[in-house]
Design a protein around this ligand. Sequence first.
Ligand code: MF3
Ligand code: CO
Length: 257
Amino acid sequence: MIVLKSPREIEKMHEAGKLLASTHKEIAKLIKPGVTTWDIEVFVDEYLKKHGATPEQKGYRGYEYATCASVNDEVCHGFPRKQALKEGDIVTIDMVVRLNGGLADSAWSYAVGEVDPQTQKLLDVTKTALYKGIEQVKIGNRIGDIGHAIQTYVEAEGFSVVRDFIGHGIGAVIHEKPDVPHFGFPGKGPRIKEGMVFTIEPMVNIGHWATKMDANGWTARTMDGSLSAQYEHTIAVTKDGILILTDQEEEKTAGSH
Ligand code: MF3
Ligand code: CO
């Protein structure tokens, strides 16, 4: 069942999303060679607390951390750890913020120092793929239109879209209906309606899309060892159009109004 959200509920999720966006913008300033994902984890935990929010991932289904930190060939759900990031690495930081009962979810990939051109292309294509998906979010379209747009674009750029992890509705809990695959066929899946709130979070690999699970039971990495990137926003469908609840641009200009 897809739970539709009221404008009031969407407003609360938007407040959580704005805080999440500002957290990512702080993380962007911290990422450099020598920093560890444990440093980022500690920063996020304290930053959210300072702003009256809590990290929803901590304790979720036994996950122990505020953030997921996935380095290089790690696709998602990497554990934060005390190992220095190196020049040329990429790292995806994913988190869910709870603020005044509202949830928002956003992942962002970061380059550590200078990365090679192919790696930069992976980051650029994955971020553009997210926005190609977002363009399809309109009342009357179907969920399948989102994945189709993402897959078509990514494959034309010579990369692949991960199949094993998908976007999801979000509301009272992190994972709700609908499922939002980043691949598939146009005109398929549920119709997009006012009040829906869901994530779009394509994971894109330089090589094959297949993933394998680490012994820790959480961390997925590419089967072929190729690099993987991910960008994720939480999107709300309102009667006046869509809202990117975790938009980092909107937050940037918020002070100027
Ligand atoms: N933020 C993740 C997502 O985008 C959810 C992580 S689940 C956790 O779906 F258990 F790792 F927290
Ligand atoms: Co996420």
